[in-house]
Design a protein. Sequence first.
Length: 450
Amino acid sequence: MYGAARLRLHRAPGLPYAPRVTNTPRGTSAETSRHGLPGDPDSSPGARPRRPAPIAIDPADPGTLLRALLEMEPLARADPGAVRVVRAPGRVNLIGEHTDYNEGFVLPAAIDLELRIALAPARDGRVEIVLAETGERAAFDLDAIGPRRGTWIDYVAGTAWALREAGVPARGFRGLLASTIPVSAGLSSSAALELASAWALTEPAGGAVDRLTLARICQRAENAYVGVNCGLMDQAAESLGQAGSAVLLDCRTLDWRPVPLPLDRCRLVVCDTGSPRRLSTSQYNARRAQCEAAVAELRTTDPSIRALRDVTPGMLESIRGRLDDETFRRCEHVVREDQRVLDTVAALAAADLATVGRCFAESHASLRDLYEVSSPELDAMVDIALDTPGVIGSRMTGAGFGGCTVSLVEPGAEARLRDAVLDQYPRRTGLTPRVFLVEASDGVGLIAPA
């Protein structure tokens, strides 16, 4: 129905393994130390734990991150010329929610809220990272990665494991990590950590593999090691992103292309509700199962149907009497959301911002009323935005039940939206919001030395 040739997408390269597995690697556990370094007197049995202290840096300034690493890490001081700073962006999904696991289309953009790792390469096969925000240190050895531990280091260890499984050599490093991406806000800090880790672990940075393949390696890390059955959207957006453009990704074929944004006529504003995402695994799996149940029903008469990607509104209506009302609503959202993605892409190409705004409004209403993954906080944030002069469109972004909204705003109206949110939202919800004026940015890469 929506052919890849028609969309002129980049073809996806193959991988030498299946993108999803369910086995978790076994072995010696990774080390996570909150109270001093392994081997320090303070970390010996019976010693009083040493509380980690935050490291004073400006997370938006890579120079302060680099200087802090040189001060704290002997390997960095021994060879300052080998020190690098890797950056990986967050992402905001402009439209196409819950379409990825139904083999549909998504339209995310990498954004200039970033995670950064200053690192010194190490020949000992050991990875040690310090979080600048807290001073917490975590470590593991590449020859004994072990199973997941349930902490943030899993995303780094899982990436190392997935690189090894893909035949991409990995090296150790000592790193200092800082981020401006809000955590649990639906802007994909986890994928940013995976991609930054992949670049930090490899020489040359990125492992000399193409960006889509690297995104798939990072997805495998999250699926098979961390244990989160995510789609490819987050890693793809943060790897393939191009400044000034969103990324149209076909989640079936993995073909993609950049979609330029009319930046002379609109700006991107992300509003964090201050309410962390609360879409539980059981709620997510239930919705996914409902989509699969409808596909199974349709396949009884048309075996060519593989996913809701292949279903038109008319086809879905033909089996309405064989589905319960809730399942029908879930599927109606997905089928119509796929078309909204393509309508938005066409409207952006024509600079038809009125149509983009309409697609945003329909998407949010569908997520609220049909897929039922919005929340009172997200609805309040969207209402405030749509009541603000100069806002073209606004919708929830991400999986739902908390997190962020994304708004398209006329140039010059950004401050008006910020002021409206900061004034009205706390009074309506009792929560403290954050407002970010963001730009579509390049994907993961190195920051050139100043």
